[in-house]
Design a binder for this molecule. Structure first.
Ligand code: ADP
Ligand code: ADP
Length: 225
């Protein structure tokens, strides 16, 4: 791996601030951004067969089946712009997904640089998700913690902000349950591999971002030694 290649994974419960941090990290580093939730929502908007299949799982807060998600991610990682580094957001979410990613990285002769775990307690998650508003282009706000300049409108493109249909209180509980059952085993999985870095996601977005950036800078230095 070249010392400049960064292959990062953002891990954490729904609403932890992964997307918020990804937006900032993409300004710091030229990384191909691969967010499975965004890709699945895009497929749904386009009315593709994939989008149709994913819809029912997403609406009830279940995970979309591994074979569907693994297929779209592996294809995306072989695209030109992902060759020099990527930022995965929302993938892997299960052990079979992590295994498939490891196998693909092995084939490509690449490796994961670090897994950035953003930790936030469940009570805070519910507050964050209930106040989350998103633009059509995927920009994220919070009615209280990160309000747009003009209520209900995106600062960047002025389009109307909406609440995601799976951000309702009942679906959030289902998603959190899934996280604890299916996704949190990945914490140990990556810890054993020495790849896990933990961040206190209950701090402000700027503090979390500063910590992540400092960690990445250290990793890069270590890589060059
Ligand atoms: P994820 O991608 O992990 O689901 P988001 O980045 O969409 O999470 O954040 C969930 C909600 O919480 C959004 O409304 C966002 O504006 C808000 N948020 C993100 N990070 C923080 C933070 N550090 N403190 C307070 N609110 C935050
Ligand atoms: P959040 O960060 O708020 O949990 P995402 O946008 O990452 O939301 O994901 C939204 C939904 O898309 C998930 O609840 C799940 O149904 C589906 N999804 C996203 N990524 C995956 C994945 N890696 N495996 C299975 N389902 C996924």
């Amino acid at each position: 791996m070249s010392s400049t290649e960064l292959n990062l994974i953002l891990l954490g419960p729904p609403g932890a601030g992964k997307g918020t941090q990804a937006e900032r990290l993409r300004e710091d580093f030229p990384l191909a951004y691969v967010a499975t939730g965004d890709m699945l929502r895009e497929a749904r908007r386009e009315g593709s067969e994939l989008g149709g299949k994913a819809q029912e799982f997403m609406a009830r807060g279940d995970l979309v089946p591994d074979e569907i998600v693994i297929g779209i991610v592996l294809e995306r990682l072989s695209a030109d712009d992902a060759r020099d580094g990527f930022l995965l957001d929302g993938f892997p979410r299960t052990v079979p997904q992590a295994d498939a990613l490891a196998e693909e990285m092995g084939k490509l002769g690449r490796r994961i640089t670090a897994v950035l775990l953003v930790e936030v307690p469940d009570e805070e998650i519910v507050k964050r998700i209930s106040g989350r508003r998103v633009s059509k282009a995927g920009r994220t706000y919070h009615v209280e913690y990160d309000p747009p300049k003009r209520a209900g409108r995106c600062d960047v493109d002025g389009t109307q902000l909406v609440q995601r249909e799976d951000d309702s209180p009942e679906v959030v509980q289902a998603r959190l349950k899934k996280y604890h059952e299916a996704t949190s085993p990945l914490i140990d999985y990556y810890e054993v591999l020495g790849l896990l870095r933990r961040f206190d996601g209950s701090r402000s977005p700027t503090e979390v971002h500063d910590h992540i950036r400092a960690t990445i800078a250290t990793l890069r230095l270590e890589d060059q030694l």
